[in-house]
Design a protein around this ligand. Structure first.
Ligand SMILES: Cc1ncc(COP(=O)(O)O)c(C=O)c1O
Length: 435
């Protein structure tokens, strides 16, 4: 049975999960970290590997929710932070690293002229929406089916089907009444829905992330740009996953489309620390400027106790300044992604198996669906969840971890080796042979 070996090897994790359930709802701190029958508990990590408390090693394709572009414990980041711990880990005052990181992001991402930092992608998305509303004086926000922008009420809708239901209990109708759900990769559909509406902004992931690593059609993003210009609405790219991953300048560089605002997270904090940020056009971002707008009621607000803390900003600066110099990192991780996507698809096709590999660059996902998904609807339609869970367990049995159990999202880091991908291919072949 798939998963048997995992159970035999993880008695300590099983025990700790039983205990955790007494103290943490569902035993976890984030529902997507749970999987059947119980999650393992990590004790250490290095490069592309994590170890659990029973001493088992796993090749990690989850990479800290995709934040760890260079793998676990990337030494330049870790060394910089050790030094920062001896200086000032938390300031609550202005410090040089926030300036350095801001300057660095602005150098790398063409559309960003000013930026503010937060502690998570969720916060950054929330503040970007507020800012867009403040700037345009309008209320409505367009967001896409399958788009995930974190748990902010106004955007926690239409993440998974049924799209018309809020993504959580406790979200009021009031919080959602200004959110307009739009179909992904379907420009005509978007035009139809927004006709006659006054939108403040459209927020979009250039590559659908949690929805299944489904890249936008280039014409789709270009069309959204034109549409936003016509409507005097802001185009917001959520690059929490794609930022600094698909290229030093993110997905927007790759697609050649310039958003008005961009939301960042994950890699922005060097991969190891809580991070978020939003930035973009000077005239829009200036609405946060207390020097320009002295009356707090005439400007937009953003802030937080740990916003732009020295640990995160120094880690982020250390990593991003290196990424800007070393384009070979991108060739390397994108090459591994290409290799994995092609080989896995070939294995599935040879057996006439209903499975499809989507993705771009160092991102790929496996879908047990009859058709290749082009949006989150087709990624969910007739999905064989049992097969997806069996694949997940088979990978675990063979020392490979990838989240989530119902749809495997692989993040490749620069610490992954070609042999890791070979092993993934072999283990997948073995899975198909056993089915
Ligand atoms: C595209 C996207 N936006 C926003 C978020 C939310 O970021 P965070 O988890 O840091 O709040 C995520 C998280 O995975 C994400 O993938």
């Amino acid at each position: 049975m798939f998963g048997d070996r995992y159970i035999q090897r993880t008695p300590q994790s099983k025990k700790l999960f039983e205990e955790a359930k007494n103290y943490l709802p569902g035993g976890v701190s984030y529902v997507i970290r749970f999987f059947e029958p119980y999650p393992f508990y990590v004790s250490k990590a290095e490069g592309q590997k994590v170890w659990d408390i029973d001493g088992n090693a796993y090749t990690d394709y989850w990479m800290g929710h995709g934040a760890l572009l260079m793998g676990h414990r990337y030494s330049p980041v870790i060394e910089a932070i050790k030094d920062q711990l001896d200086l000032i880990p938390h300031a609550g005052f202005s410090h040089e690293w926030e300036v350095k990181l801001a300057k660095q992001v602005i150098k790398m991402v063409d559309s960003v002229e000013l930026i503010r930092f937060t502690n998570s992608g969720t916060e950054a998305a929330m503040y970007s929406i507020r800012l867009a509303r403040a700037y345009t004086g309008k209320k409505l926000i367009g967001k896409f089916e399958g788009g995930w922008h974190g748990g902010y009420d106004a955007l926690h809708l239409a993440v998974s089907p049924p799209y018309e239901l809020p993504g959580s209990l406790g979200i009021t109708e009031g919080a959602l009444k200004d959110t307009v759900i739009l179909p992904y990769n379907d420009l005509d559909g978007v035009h139809r829905i927004i006709k006659g509406l006054e939108l403040a902004a459209i927020i979009v992931e250039p590559v659908l992330g949690a929805g299944g690593f489904i890249p936008s059609d280039p014409e789709f993003l270009k069309g959204l740009r034109e549409l936003c210009d016509e409507m005097d609405a802001l185009l917001i790219f959520d690059e929490v996953i794609t930022g600094f991953r698909l290229s030093p300048g993110g997905a927007q560089k790759l697609y050649g489309v310039k958003p008005d605002l961009t939301v960042f997270g994950k890699i922005l904090g060097g991969g190891e620390f809580p991070a978020g940020g939003f930035g973009g056009r000077r005239d829009v971002m200036e609405l946060l400027d207390q020097l320009k707008y002295k009356d707090p009621h005439k400007r937009a607000f953003q802030g937080g106790t740990f916003a732009a803390n020295p640990i995160t900003t120094r880690a982020g600066y250390t990593l991003l300044s290196e990424l800007q110099r070393r384009s070979e990192i991108y060739n390397y991780i994108n090459g591994l992604g290409e290799k994995a996507r092609n080989a896995l698809q070939r294995i599935f096709d040879e057996r006439g198996f209903n499975a499809h590999v989507t993705g771009i660059g160092s991102l790929f996902a496996v879908h047990f669906t009859p058709v290749k998904p082009k949006d989150s609807k087709t990624a969910q339609q007739k999905k064989d969840v049992n097969l997806a869970r069996s694949y997940f367990k088979h990978l675990l049995d063979n020392g490979i971890v990838v989240m989530v159990q119902d749809m495997q999202h692989f993040f490749i880091s620069s610490s992954h080796k070609s042999q890791d991908i070979d092993m993934l291919i072999d283990v997948t072949q073995d899975f198909i042979d056993k089915i």
